[in-house]
Design a binder for this molecule. Structure first.
Ligand SMILES: [Zn+2]
Length: 108
């Protein structure tokens, strides 16, 4: 499911979403989440803000509450990245952001 498909499934017209800044990131920083924006699906306060990139509209903020985020996040049936690759991406993101990252094994 691409971003245009996601918005169609949510019944959201991309022209109604706020333009998002150019960046390689697709998630919001805390400044966006402090804005008390409504979830695009149900109107409850949004707890997650992501970026969609739709042809003809560009990058737009997609604000969702947690239940709607979970309910509308596409699940991949394709191959999953090895854990080592995922951890490498997290470490690189933390290095770029200048923050410390500690990964603590959890109980399975
Ligand atoms: Zn919602």
């Amino acid at each position: 499911m691409n971003d245009a498909d996601l918005l169609r499934s949510l019944g959201v017209n991309p022209s109604t979403l706020d333009p998002a800044p150019a960046s390689r990131w697709r998630n919001a920083g805390p400044e966006r989440l402090r804005g008390r924006r409504p979830c695009v699906r149900c109107g409850e306060p949004a707890r997650a803000a992501g970026v969609v990139d739709v042809p003809g509209y560009g990058r737009r903020w997609l604000d969702r509450c947690m239940p709607c985020l979970i309910a509308t996040t596409p699940r991949s049936d394709g191959p999953r990245a090895p854990l080592a690759d995922t951890l490498a991406v997290l470490r690189e993101a933390a290095r770029e952001a200048g923050v410390a990252l500690t990964i603590v094994p959890g109980e399975a």
